[in-house]
Design a protein around this ligand. Structure first.
Ligand SMILES: NCc1[nH]cc(CCC(=O)O)c1CC(=O)O
Ligand SMILES: [Mg+2]
Length: 325
């Protein structure tokens, strides 16, 4: 055969493959989610997330130092609220000395360069396990937005770098931006969970924080997985309201949305490789059905190829180790 073009030339050796690789992952891309618990010296493995832990603040700080040493530049904080502090207003969320506020201070103190982001939503603090305030069986938008503003400002007071509202109420990005401005927090960023779908893949996360909805589901505020155009609308509106970064969540079943949003916006796009996606890889690897290390790198590279600039992933530490090898 005389072929004009032989595509295998660029696949022949590791050297040429790496020279022409379009998408690559590095620890610079990762946001490591952390689950924080009350107490001291507490480390609880999450049953549905093998080798992932909920830790007390002392052990969390140790973990953050290790992540930093591996080249990971950002953490996303979640806390587990005690049942007795949960109510329908979610007011523990803006307690100046709450676990989240103490965690922000302790982490910024221990590793000042670490870019600290916090999840902003009422579900861990809500007696109903919903992301908003409940009235007559409904999640009410505007009163919830007021609560989210208080929560965001209190994270800012504690020294957070960027708040990440994950609640999907309408108008919350604009309101949070205004709240930050009014209180002089002009350096605090907002990463909006803009296209957040109502997903069954959040299950393991809700185990980790004991935050499953007490009634119904989240379909009146999180997006319907049938929809594509709506994701663009959500992202563009959040950017107009002041979002610095927009997020698509979940990740794997929504790679098309990552690409569409990436093509539509002029801000960085992040993707959340969520708990159920972590659990699937872990479970298949445990069964010996896939190679875990390869599955992790292939998955994360897929997010980059789809257009994600940042990836929130429970594999951050494992992947950083693999990449640094
Ligand atoms: N609003 C809270 C929140 N923030 C991040 C996740 C899910 C993360 C994951 O599954 O890894 C959730 C759960 C939910 O909306 O029910
Ligand atoms: Mg919205």
């Amino acid at each position: 055969m005389y072929l004009q073009r032989r595509n295998r030339i660029l696949r022949a050796t590791p050297a040429i493959r790496s020279l022409v690789a379009e998408a690559t992952v590095s620890p610079n891309d990762f946001i490591a989610p952390l689950f924080i618990d009350e107490g001291e010296n507490v480390e609880t493995e999450i049953a549905s997330m093998p080798n992932y832990y909920r830790r007390s603040l002392d052990l969390t700080v140790r973990e953050v130092k290790e992540l930093w040493s591996l080249g990971i530049k950002s953490v996303l904080l979640f806390i587990k609220c005690k049942d007795e502090w949960k109510d329908n207003t979610g007011k523990e969320a803006w307690n100046k000395d709450g676990l989240m506020q103490r965690s922000i201070r302790a982490i910024k103190d221990a590793v000042p360069g670490m870019y600290v982001m916090t999840d902003v939503a009422l579900d861990p603090y809500s007696s109903y396990g919903h992301d908003g305030i409940v009235e007559n069986g409904e999640i009410v938008n505007d009163p919830t937005v007021e609560a989210l503003v208080k929560m965001s400002v209190s994270h800012a007071e504690a020294g957070v770098d960027m708040v990440a509202p994950s609640d999907m109420m309408d108008g919350r990005i604009g309101a949070i931006r205004e709240g930050l401005e009014e209180n002089g927090f002009t350096k605090v960023g907002i990463m909006a969970y803009s296209a957040k779908y109502a997903s069954c893949f959040y299950g393991p996360f809700r185990d980790a924080l004991d935050s499953a909805p007490g009634f119904g589901d989240k379909k009146t505020y999180q997006m319907d997985y049938s929809n594509r155009i709506e994701a663009i609308k959500e992202a563009l509106m959040d950017i107009e309201e002041g979002a610095d970064i927009v997020m698509v969540k979940p990740g794997l079943p929504y790679l098309d949305i990552v690409r569409e949003v990436k093509n539509a916006v002029d801000v960085p796009v992040s993707v959340y490789n969520i708990s159920g996606e972590y659990a699937m890889i872990k479970a298949a690897a445990k069964m010996g059905w896939i190679n875990e290390e390869k599955a992790i790198l292939e998955t994360l590279t897929g997010f980059k190829r789809a257009g994600a600039d940042l990836i929130a992933t429970y594999f951050a530490k494992d992947a950083a180790r693999l990449i640094n090898l």
